[in-house]
Design a protein around this ligand. Structure first.
Ligand code: NAD
Length: 250
């Protein structure tokens, strides 16, 4: 049902973004991939999905503008690229703070402001932001991440209201823990910050939050993103959909 629609998914060379791209391609969307990775793997992904890839560093305004210029007009924008750093706030590296806010929050402002004029013109558009359970609740040692994710929730609600009568919706998807390289990467720092073993971090810190005791699957997030693109989801806007195994119900 997405044939004829062009979708840009940021951070789609791995993890959740890749699953969202695959789910949208399966519905016939024309995909623009973004993110970093091995050249050979990216070429293979482009062939698999019939997609193009734009290499751009979304930490900078120039990078965001380059991405949007090379992607061309898009009907679906998924702001998904994100990063994490785990450290106590009084030891939090200031450059990491700036990078996390730039990628997880500010990049979505730049891509959205550049994507919206085309969506308004055609009278149809979908902006989907990968937020997090940490857009609704906090965990210690993730000050920048939690601030960026609470921020993207506020940004999404704002643009949903501004676009309410244009046929363009804007929503957040908020996963709990999904097993991806982002989670893998924070295990050593969490072990250090809390003085725990790897297994203790997985079972007593990560899965302790999720009543289902299961990691969310990237494909489940992809399916929710596809639903938000349906005509039936035209009245879903300004929402922040949890997909977190019950975490934020507690
Ligand atoms: P991931 O590390 O597998 O993917 C991150 C993607 O972002 C990759 O494609 C990477 O190349 C890209 N990226 C990183 N830095 C970039 C930069 N400077 N410019 C452009 N692209 C860049 O991580 P993931 O877990 O799939 O995370 C995707 C999103 O989901 C993030 O916003 C993350 O905060 C959010 N999220 C993840 C989880 C989880 O448990 N994994 C839970 C909630 C929310």
């Amino acid at each position: 049902f997405l044939s004829g629609k062009r979708a840009l998914v940021t951070g789609s060379t791995s993890g959740i973004g890749l699953a969202i791209a695959r789910a949208m391609a399966a519905e016939g969307a024309e995909l623009v991939l973004s993110g970093f990775g091995e050249a050979a793997e990216i070429t293979e992904l482009c062939e698999e999905l019939g997609a193009i890839h734009v290499a751009a560093d979304l930490l900078t305004v120039d990078g965001c503008e380059k991405l949007m210029a090379q992607a061309g007009p898009v009907d679906i924008l998924v702001n998904n690229a994100g990063m994490q750093h785990v450290a106590p706030v009084d030891e939090f590296p200031t450059d990491k703070w700036n990078m996390i806010i730039a990628l997880n929050l500010t990049a979505a402002f730049h891509t959205s402001r550049l994507a919206i004029p085309h969506m308004k013109k055609t009278g149809w558009g979908r902006i989907i932001n990968t937020a997090s359970a940490h857009s609704k609740t906090a965990s210690p040692f993730k000050s920048a991440y939690n601030a960026s994710k609470h921020g993207i929730d506020g940004f999404t609600k704002t643009i949903a209201l501004e676009l309410a009568q244009t046929g363009v919706t804007a929503n957040c998807i908020s996963p709990g823990y999904v097993w991806t390289s982002l989670i893998e990467g924070q295990i050593p720092d969490t072990m250090a910050a809390r003085g725990l073993s790897r297994d203790e971090v997985i079972n007593d810190v990560l899965l302790a939050k999720q009543p289902t005791k299961k990691f969310v699957q990237p494909t489940e997030v992809g399916a929710l993103a596809v639903f938000l693109c349906r005509e039936e989801a035209g009245n879903v806007t300004g929402a922040n959909w949890s997909i977190d195994g019950g975490w934020t119900a507690q």
